[in-house]
Design a protein around this ligand. Structure first.
Ligand SMILES: Cc1ncc(COP(=O)(O)O)c(C=O)c1O
Length: 286
């Protein structure tokens, strides 16, 4: 299997990551998970734009232009014959020795880029049946809009869900729902879709962006507003969204079923609309 290492494609086992890479020492880096269907990227531009915006926010000068990165990613999925699956792309600020909190001099430290591919089919069974979740205080930092590789807060929250045999943790700040440990969260109440507005408290998910766009176009009212834990639990339907999960019904929260405990009609419609959006870019999927 080939991977991207800096500006080239190399065999996976030839990659060497330095122990003084700032990604390793400080989690000083960014990542993206980009999905391909039928060997074609979906929303590649949106992912690349988010990466560049994140880099700007942390004064990380990326070692490529957007077209250069896109070319490399296209080459990667072609050479690995990725049909339906994910590309994991990571950029760190690079190697700096001795370890020092301050950003290193750009003239001596080049960012380190890696990317891998994984074949992952759509989990249609889960999309039909839905997932279970717990609620937890959002103990993460206040830069959740940056897709940082520093994910301890997220993985601790995910682990709490797994310890209870549940799939996902829904996070809240003083009773206001933000997002989940690895996905955005939206609710449906009386036919209206509510989702936390973008800002520093959530990741501006690309899947959410697509879903809100297709929802509006289909005449489903959308309100990008904060909603509370009480509203969450009284919702008619709840769904999580991410590149890998697409629109995923949440059918049980803290042990209590949402609605009748099954994927509801609006989420089902959103799944169909999302599939159409994918098919418009990538061709027929199943
Ligand atoms: C914390 C968090 N929020 C939201 C998302 C969804 O983002 P996207 O739809 O761009 O995959 C993710 C995806 O990994 C995430 O980790």
């Amino acid at each position: 299997m080939k991977v991207i290492w800096n500006n080239q494609l190399v065999e996976r086992d030839t990659v060497v990551i330095d122990m003084e890479d700032r990604g390793y020492q400080f989690a000083d880096g960014l990542y993206e998970v980009i999905r391909a269907y039928n060997g074609t990227f979906f929303t590649l531009d949106e992912h690349i734009d988010r990466l560049f915006k994140g880099a700007e926010k942390i004064d990380l000068i990326l070692p490529f232009t957007k077209p250069e990165l896109k070319n490399l990613l296209h080459e990667l999925i072609k050479v690995n014959q990725l049909s339906t699956g994910n590309v994991y792309l990571q950029v760190t600020r690079g190697i700096a020795s001795p370890r020092n909190h301050g950003y290193p001099d750009l003239a001596v430290t080049a960012p380190v880029v890696t990317a891998t591919t994984t074949n992952v089919p759509r989990d249609k069974e889960k999309m039909e049946k839905g997932i279970t979740a717990i609620t937890l205080p959002d103990t993460r930092w206040l830069h959740c809009d940056i897709k940082s590789i520093s994910l301890l807060g997220n993985i601790m929250a995910k682990h709490e869900a797994h310890k209870l045999g549940k799939d996902e943790s829904i996070l809240h700040r003083e009773g206001n729902v933000t997002e989940c440990s690895s996905s955005n969260l939206s609710i449906i109440k009386d036919g209206v879709l509510y989702s936390h507005p973008d800002g520093n408290l959530i990741l501006p998910g690309i899947t959410k962006l697509v879903l809100l766009k297709v929802a509006r176009k289909a005449g489903i009212p959308v309100r990008e507003e904060v909603f509370t834990l009480e509203q969450l639990k009284e919702a008619d339907e709840v769904f999580a969204s991410s590149t890998t999960m697409e629109a995923m019904p949440v059918i049980e929260i803290d042990g209590v079923p949402i609605g009748n405990g099954q994927c509801g009609p609006v989420v089902k419609r959103l799944q169909e609309l999302y599939t159409s959006a994918v098919e418009a870019q990538c061709g027929k999927i199943n």
